[in-house]
Design a protein. Structure first.
Lengths: 310, 326
């Protein structure tokens, strides 16, 4: 069949040494897989296999030495019965919502304003992205000092302007929001720069037309800016949710999950099961599987929304 | 302009429109319209009105001050905090400048945290990851883009699918894999390969590279193929030189990723001789004084800030490249 379709062409332009089409295809495939094999190895071992292994592990008990035993739904029962379980999900949800408010709305607003400025653009862009470049441990340890209820910067400032000081990380009321503040400070810059690039792609005539129609500045934002950046807004929404769902370093370094579990997140609880409470890898994997399902659901919703937009 | 109304706001606009031609041309040169776009939400005319100018300059000043306070001042506080004595740090109200700046604290911190070892490790992991990931991902993307093997689309989809699942979600099975790699039985704890293999399995890098390679016309490569040039030489002497910008982006991504990562090296490089700088700082931070911690943080930040200074353009290009069309 293949040779049939090729026949007329070959008669038109005969080559000196025409290898058969099939042989060429086989050779091309062999070369291609030669180029691919290293990547396939890395992906198979360190990306695909762990995902499968997570599903398997969550129904097993293992100590990494003896062969694992099947335990049915025991791991899920352990996880759900843990008093910290509900708290961890509530905290993760609260963290995600707060971080969305700060990390999604704020950068968009900042980007809109920055896009209007004609001066100091390079400086502002550099400065806003600076914290993103720092290793997270730097930001986290720096803020741990700022949050110090005694000589920390934040309380010193509050004291200086005559406001009551706060306990920050030591109080159940403020611990979670303190973590959100650090996370926002560290990550704001990437959002701002991505939105800024999206805003610069909006054709100027749209604003011109809106202005001629008598639209004020707010109306121009509502009817031109937001619809024009809708796709990127949707994409960033998902990326933000996925990013904040994996909060780990903040509770690990700043609060250890406390006070009274007020800052235990799902990722942190997972870490504790596997690497703190004597290696309960099964329970940790069960929790990880739940988180994975939630994240995939978020991704599915996002895909559907994007498709509708297109 | 058009038949405008009688509202005062509109009136000023028409007034400004009476002298056209210049339309902010001067600003364009001075104020850095480097991005080559000309019209944003606020029109140049509105900006040129008396009120527009006043509001603009007030806003600009306010933004520059607020941004400096929010993003630069904490870093200033970190550097000066390192140079203050323990007493001065605890003092109320705080001092804006250290009374007698103590530069010796950086040497102390270098010693206490063993920053020499930590930095050497981190640079070694980052450079190794960069070379390894680049070699693996470039050849994979080239194969998927130009050689188009059977099931290539399935493989690409499988690689992209891993982007939906953040690494932390599978950290437990990934850790177990590293302690005992299936079939091969390798034990990679405390080995640099525990960093390098997973870094190379990066769907985003392959996606970026493949998309760039897709834009290289096939005709160029076919011509080489007909001349009997083997595929690896096509890759090295034709594709790679064209792809310099995207290679830059992917390189920076990888290096920054390894430098910033925390959880994974915390798990797989537990030996204090093998730790990365982030993990090392976190492990020792409890045992030293506040100003020593700050000095350690300053030293740890310097490499990344230098990278940012030199590769700012690549970094920002990469940030927007993936997300805009993704």
């Amino acid at each position: 069949m293949e040779t049939l379709t090729m026949e007329p062409k070959r008669q038109l332009a005969p080559r000196r040494r025409p290898p058969s089409k099939r042989r060429r295809a086989v050779r091309r495939n062999l070369t291609a897989y030669g180029f691919l094999c290293a990547a396939l190895f890395c992906f198979a071992m360190f990306a695909w296999w762990p995902i499968i292994r997570e599903v398997v592990l969550s129904f097993q008990q293992t100590n990494l030495v003896d062969p694992p035993t099947w335990v049915g739904l025991d791991n899920f029962r352990t996880v759900v019965d843990d008093p910290a379980f509900g708290q961890a999900w509530r905290n993760t949800l609260a963290f995600t919502l707060l971080a969305l408010l700060c990390g999604y709305v704020v950068p968009f607003a900042v980007a809109i304003v920055l896009n209007e400025l004609r001066h100091a653009r390079g400086y502002l862009r550099f400065v806003v992205y600076l914290p993103v470049m720092l290793p997270p441990i730097v930001s986290v340890l720096l803020f741990r000092w700022f949050y110090d209820p005694g000589p920390g910067l934040f309380n010193q400032v509050l004291d200086f302007v005559g406001l009551p000081t706060l306990a920050w990380l030591d109080s159940t009321d403020t611990a979670l929001i303190s973590l959100v503040i650090v996370a926002t400070w560290m990550n704001l810059g990437s959002g701002v720069l991505i939105y800024l690039a999206a805003l610069q792609n909006i054709p100027g005539d749209l604003y011109e037309a809106a202005e001629l129609d008598g639209a004020g500045i707010l109306k121009r934002i509502r009817h031109v800016t937001i619809p024009q950046t809708r796709l990127i807004l949707l994409l960033m929404l998902m990326l933000q949710i996925v990013a904040t769902m994996q909060v780990f370093i903040e509770p690990y370094m700043l609060t250890g999950g406390g006070p009274e579990n007020a800052t235990v997140t799902v990722a942190y609880l997972m870490y504790q099961y596997a690497f703190v409470y004597g290696g309960n890898y099964g329970a940790g994997s069960a929790l990880g599987l739940m988180l994975m399902v939630v994240l995939l659901a978020v991704a599915a919703v996002q895909l559907r929304l994007t498709r509708e937009e297109k | 302009m058009v038949n405008t109304t009688t509202r005062p706001e509109e009136a000023t606009k028409t007034g400004a429109a009476a002298r056209p031609a210049r339309r902010g041309d001067r600003k364009k040169r001075r104020g850095g319209w480097a991005d080559g776009h000309s019209r944003t939400i606020v029109s140049p005319l509105e900006l040129r009105s008396r009120w527009g100018r006043k509001i603009y300059w007030t806003l600009l000043t306010a933004i520059v001050i607020v941004f400096t306070l929010v993003f630069v001042f904490p870093l200033y506080w970190m550097v000066t905090g390192a140079m203050k004595t323990g007493e001065e740090i605890a003092q109320m109200p705080p001092t804006l400048f250290p009374k007698s700046p103590d530069f010796g604290v950086f040497a102390d911190a270098w010693e206490l945290f063993d920053i020499g070892t930590l930095l050497r490790n981190t640079v070694f992991y980052a450079v190794g990851a960069w070379l390894f990931a680049l070699a693996v991902d470039v050849s994979a993307a080239y194969a998927l883009s130009k050689l188009r093997p059977m099931l290539g689309n399935v493989i690409m989809a499988g690689m992209l699918a891993t982007l939906m699942i953040p690494p932390i979600v599978v950290m437990i099975p990934a850790y177990i894999t590293v302690t005992d790699v299936p079939i091969l039985g390798w034990h990679l704890l405390n080995s640099p390969w525990a960093i390098w293999f997973p870094v190379a399995a990066n769907g985003f890098n392959i996606f970026l590279l493949k998309r760039f390679f897709d834009s290289i016309p096939d005709e160029i490569l076919e011509a080489a193929e007909i001349d009997g040039v083997p595929p690896w030489r096509v890759l090295v002497s034709i594709v790679l030189p064209i792809s310099r910008p995207i290679l830059g982006v992917v390189s920076i991504f990888t290096v920054v990723l390894v430098f910033k990562d925390f959880v994974w090296p915390l798990l797989v490089l537990p030996d204090s001789e093998k730790m990365t700088i982030s993990v090392g700082l976190s492990q020792t931070a409890g045992a030293v004084t506040q100003n020593q911690i700050m000095a350690g943080l300053v030293i740890a930040s310097v490499p990344m800030i230098i990278v940012f200074f030199f590769f700012q353009r690549s970094i920002m290009a990469g940030l927007t490249a993936g997300s805009l069309k993704g």
